[in-house]
Design a protein around this ligand. Structure first.
Ligand SMILES: [Zn+2]
Length: 84
């Protein structure tokens, strides 16, 4: 079964990969980034949630940063270069 995403192609959406094993390599990605793929990641057949989870989508980078700082209480993270 293929599941379609309830988003428009022209939407710029941001996701945060919260990987508690990788520490500060965590980054914010655009949904269209090959590493993010709208929150599904680049790997198939992995135990989703074992090492980390994708959080999002966020409509703006600011909302994503606010969530990371306010709700997750984490240090600020860098956007991946896909966000430029
Ligand atoms: Zn990216």
């Amino acid at each position: 079964m293929q599941v379609s995403l309830n988003i428009l192609e022209e939407e710029n959406l941001y996701y945060f990969y919260h990987n508690w094993q990788a520490g500060q390599t965590n980054k914010i990605h655009r949904g269209s980034c090959g590493e993010c793929k709208y929150g599904t990641g680049k790997q198939k057949n992995v135990d989703r949630g074992r090492n980390g989870v994708w959080l999002g989508p966020f409509s703006t980078l600011d909302l994503c940063h606010n969530y990371i700082a306010g709700e997750l209480n984490l240090q600020p993270v860098e956007p991946h270069n896909c966000c430029n």
